[in-house]
Ligand binder design. Structure first.
Ligand SMILES: O=C(CO)COP(=O)(O)O
Ligand SMILES: O=C[C@H](O)COP(=O)(O)O
Ligand SMILES: [Zn+2]
Ligand SMILES: [Zn+2]
Length: 354
């Protein structure tokens, strides 16, 4: 059984200069689609579940799905990660359900809507790292609020995200603060804000530096070369997926996501975890729409879910190859949680800050 912690996986990625996509799941089809891609490319993967996914699928179902995929594919290291935990309790129950890594998103208050202040974010994140590291579990924190530099709006699209208008100061992570945040919280990975947002409607044009501030990543990486950076809202929203949805009755207005080459530039500058959900949702939806439109008499879910899974597998394979994750699975031997716990206790995994 090859369950791995985020920390071990991202340390390996940093050592070998690659990035790891973190794909969201809500159901069996998505879990199987991701694993088929990881298997085909010999890649380790991060499978993450949001609070919404946990409510949709039930923790027990998620736990057993993760047991199942690691049993089916024992040679693939799988990190099971909580996406956007809103408080310490949510993180704790995820750990109880078998997650090897949690995100404590203290950039927002517990309601998942209100931007939080520095003291709250540092306090709640440190509470979670203190607790999680005792068990060898990894923690991702977030500094800066996700949202659009074009409109100043937070990303309310999928229910989790800031409400109302935000200032550029809130939308762009401050590199000086990032250093202090990592030092004080001892997070294993740091999510930063630089113009990406969740969902399909990120940019009204192909993004340039004015609306996708890759310079913020470069600056943070310069000051924190040993810290693993995380890009949220990193779906590329490919044109062909927009087209297929619209061709078969969908009504998605034209939109732009994060170009893969920008993510590759990020990987050269310390980005190790890249969160992707929307692209997979679109890949599945496009095929479901196509099958149902072309075969209106069809009512066996397998007839549309199988092509949907295949489209998702293709998307995942593309990203595993583009981010350099492909070919790395066989090189990793997962370290047991108890060993990770000992390393944290000994201070071996403390942030290295110049
Ligand atoms: O950041 C994400 C999950 O935390 C997903 O981002 P997308 O909506 O761009 O896929
Ligand atoms: O927040 C990021 C993911 O896209 C999860 O979305 P969700 O909260 O709708 O499950
Ligand atoms: Zn979200
Ligand atoms: Zn996110």
């Amino acid at each position: 059984m090859a369950r791995i912690t985020l920390r071990q996986l991202l340390d390996h990625a940093a050592e070998h200069g690659y990035g790891v996509p973190a794909f969201n799941i809500n159901n069996m089809e998505q879990a199987l689609a991701i694993m088929a891609a990881a298997d085909a490319t010999d890649a380790p993967v991060i499978i993450q579940a949001s609070r919404g996914a946990r409510a949709y699928a039930h923790d027990v179902m998620l736990k057993h799905m993760m047991d199942a995929v690691t049993e089916i594919y024992p040679h693939i290291p799988v990190c099971v990660h909580l996406d956007h935990g809103n408080n310490a309790a949510t993180c704790m129950t995820a750990i109880q359900a078998g997650f090897t890594s949690v995100m404590m998103d203290g950039s927002l208050r517990e309601d998942g809507k209100t931007p939080a202040d520095w003291t709250y974010n540092v306090g709640v994140t440190k509470t979670v790292t203190d607790m999680a590291h005792l068990g060898g579990i990894s923690v991702e924190g977030e500094l800066g609020v996700l949202g659009s530099l074009e409109t100043g709006m937070g990303d309310k699209e999928d229910g989790h995200g800031a409400e109302g208008k935000l200032s550029h100061d809130q939308l762009l992570t401050d590199p000086e603060e990032a250093v202090k945040f990592v030092r004080e919280t001892k997070v294993d990975a740091l999510a930063i804000a630089m113009g990406t947002s969740h969902g399909a409607y990120k940019f009204s044009r192909k993004p340039d530096g004015a609306i996708l501030a890759m310079n913020v990543i470069e600056e943070i990486h310069r000051r924190l070369p040993q810290t693993h950076l995380v890009m949220h809202g990193s779906s590329s929203v490919p044109q062909d997926l927009q087209d297929i949805i619209n061709q078969y009755g969908g009504k998605m207005p034209q939109t732009w996501g994060v170009p893969v080459e920008e993510i590759q530039h990020g990987i050269k500058n310390g980005v190790r975890k890249i969160n992707i959900d929307t692209d997979n949702r679109m890949a599945m939806t496009g095929q479901i729409r196509r099958i149902l439109a072309e075969h209106p008499g069809e009512f066996d879910p397998r007839k549309y879910l199988k092509p949907a899974m295949e489209a998702m597998t293709k998307l995942c394979k593309d990203r595993l190859e583009q981010f350099g994750t492909a070919g790395q699975a066989g090189k990793i031997k997962p370290i047991p949680l108890a060993d990770m716990a000992r390393r944290y206790a000994a201070g071996d995994l403390d942030p290295k800050i110049a």
